[in-house]
Structures are given as C-alpha cells and as structure tokens.
Design a protein. Structure first.
Length: 362
C-alpha cells in the first residue's frame, strides 16, 4: 500500500487511499483499450513471423487472462457508485487489482518465447517497442499504484533482456545493453514520478480536510457532517442497516470557563475530543457540533450498542478530565429526516441535563 505523504490524521489517510484507488480503477478503461490495440498488433506480428496458430492461442489466452480484471474493475466502479465501497472498505481492492494483473502480464510476456526462427531478432525488437509504449501508457494508467507499474515493468522487460543476451550479433548485444540502461532508468524514475503524484493527492486531501475540520479539536465540522450524511443515509436505507447518533454536551462548561479561563476551557475541549476519537471506531464520525456540543454518527449501530459506547465515553471523561458530559441517543428509521433525528437526540440530551447531568437518555 502507498504511504500517505504528510497525512497524520487517520481519516485523511483513508480519504487518500480511497482517492488513489478510485483513480487507479477509473484509468483502467483507457488502459484496456491500449492493451487491446497492442495485443492485436502483437498477435498479427506473431502470425506473420511465427505461426498463425501460436498467435491465435496467445491472443485468446491473453484475453481470457484479462477477463477477471475487467469484471473486477466494472464491479469496483459500480460498487463505488452505489456506496457499497467507501474509504473504509476500498483498501483491499488495490491488492485485488495487483493479483488480477499477474496472469495477463505473464501471458503478454510469453510472446517473447514464440518460435520465431530466423525472425527472432526483428521480432524481439518489435516486442520491445510495443512493451516500452505500453510501459509509458502504464505509468499513466497505473500512476497511483506503484506495485502495479513495477509489476508490468519487471514482467515485460526482464525476460526480454534475458532472451536478448542469448542472441549473437552486434545488434542483439546493443539492444541488450540499451534495454538494461532503460530498465535501470525506469526503476529509478518511476518511483519519483509516483511520489510526486501521491504528494499532489495528499495536498488535495489535506486542503479538503482543513475546510471540513474544526481547527481547535481536529474533529469534523458541520460541513463534513452534511457531506457524510448524504452518503450514509442512502446506504443505510438500501442495506436496511440503521445507524445511531449520540449528542453530547459538557456539563457546566460556561462555569468552568469563567472559573479557569478560556485557555483551560480549550484544553478541556481538546481532551474530550481526543477521548471521543479514541473510544469511537474508524467508521464513526465525530463532529464538533457547537461550542461544547459534540455529535457522534455511528453506522451499523443500534441503540443498545450506542449505550455501551456512551457509557465508556462518560466513564473515560469522568476519570481523565475535570468535567462530565450528558448525552442524548437516537436511532435512525426510514420515516424520519436527519434533522428530526438530531432534534430527538437533543430532546433526550435536555432530559439528561434536567435529571441531574453526568448521564444519558436513550
């Protein structure tokens, strides 16, 4: 997996990988067209320089080897469109892509070992030109996945270099040396180009994150909440998988500020925010909803599970800070809007406050 440059926040790293993997799969459509054109040219050349039967077998084997990856690519793009794949679940799909790329790359390289007879040198020179063109395209197509680029480079070029070394003559020796030099240069330059691209993606994610993040607590803000709910609610309804929310408020925060000062109040807000992040899961969204008010959105969570989380949060805050919190819990159902769900949680939060604080109502 690629390392996210300069990204420290876990959510930003998930966004980075999701963006990177989506680019990888979205580029494959053009890549398939390029590979199909190259395969047709190579098959025609094999038929002319070797035997038509070998060309037919090679071409059919190559198309069959590519078929699982084509199906997988279409499936990934479809699942992203429907929300079934998101930033939490996308990471394994880079590994799937890499593994699905091995068979077609190996079959393509098998063109080197066709029985070309006396046409071997010109055939390998043609193969090298096609391969280098595909590598140039692959650097763009697989630009966000360094393992995929290097896989094609190794499989396409190393067997060619080895085959060239076994041929006699000035042209074959010169070609071998040229290919070795090209291979070394590509090995050095491709990671640099990949790193620059990843840094640009990371910068984009960082800029986006800053506009969606509360600067004091580094929690999500209301803008991120709105964007998050646009995806979560349809996915929840489609899967019949309800989610819950917790609306939290720090008890007597105004008095704490007046007594200890605003700097101490800010420190408490940061402490509480850190505890909320530590207690929640990667898929949960923790939002600074107001001054001392926080909202947790808990996917695939019923009220009973939300109660357990709320108890753990309240206990940890009580033990590790000088304040307590009150909370209101509510679970989403298809017949209510999100604003109404928040209102329900707010009513329960008010009930917890009037009942004595340092408690929650579900």
């Amino acid at each position: 997996m690629a390392k996210a440059p300069n990204l420290k926040d876990g959510d930003d790293k998930l966004d980075f990988d999701f963006e990177r993997i989506c680019i990888l799969y979205s580029n494959t459509g053009t890549g398939y067209l390029g590979m199909a054109a190259a395969a047709l040219c190579m098959a025609y050349f094999i038929a002319a320089m070797s035997e038509p039967m070998y060309a037919t077998i090679w071409f059919i084997a190559l198309m069959a080897a590519y078929l699982p990856r084509v199906i997988m690519s279409n499936r990934f793009n479809r699942k992203v469109d429907t929300g079934e794949i998101d930033k939490v679940t996308a990471t394994p799909w880079e590994n799937y892509f890499f593994l699905a790329s091995i068979p077609p790359f190996v079959v393509f390289a098998a063109a080197i070992f066709m029985p070309y007879g006396e046409n071997i040198l010109v055939s390998l020179m043609f193969y090298s030109s096609v391969s280098l063109a595909l590598i140039a395209g692959g650097i763009l197509t697989y630009s966000t996945s360094l393992p995929a680029i290097l896989l094609f480079l190794h499989v396409a070029i190393l067997p060619l270099i080895a085959r060239m070394f076994f041929l006699d003559g000035v042209v074959a020796n010169t070609m071998s040396i040229t290919l070795v030099i090209s291979y070394i240069l590509l090995i050095r330059l491709i990671p640099r180009q990949n790193r620059v691209l990843l840094e640009n993606i990371a910068l984009k994610i960082e800029n986006k994150s800053q506009s969606l993040t509360d600067p004091l607590t580094n929690l999500s803000n209301r803008r991120r909440l709105t964007l998050h709910m646009e995806n979560l609610i349809p996915a929840s309804l489609r899967r019949n998988d309800p989610f819950s929310i917790i609306l939290l408020d720090i008890d007597y925060f105004k008095q704490y500020n007046d007594t200890h000062g605003h700097n101490a109040g800010d420190e408490v807000l940061v402490q509480v925010s850190n505890i909320l992040k530590e207690c929640s899961r990667d898929q949960d969204l923790v939002v600074r909803y107001g001054g001392e008010e926080f909202l947790l959105v808990l996917p695939s969570t019923n009220v009973e599970a939300a109660k357990i989380l709320m108890e753990r949060i309240a206990k940890t805050i009580r033990e590790e800070t000088d304040v307590t919190v009150s909370g209101g819990l509510a679970m989403h159902s298809p017949d209510i809007e999100f604003d109404e769900l928040v209102r329900q949680a707010d009513v329960k939060l008010y009930s917890a406050k009037t009942a004595g604080r340092d408690r929650f109502v579900a």
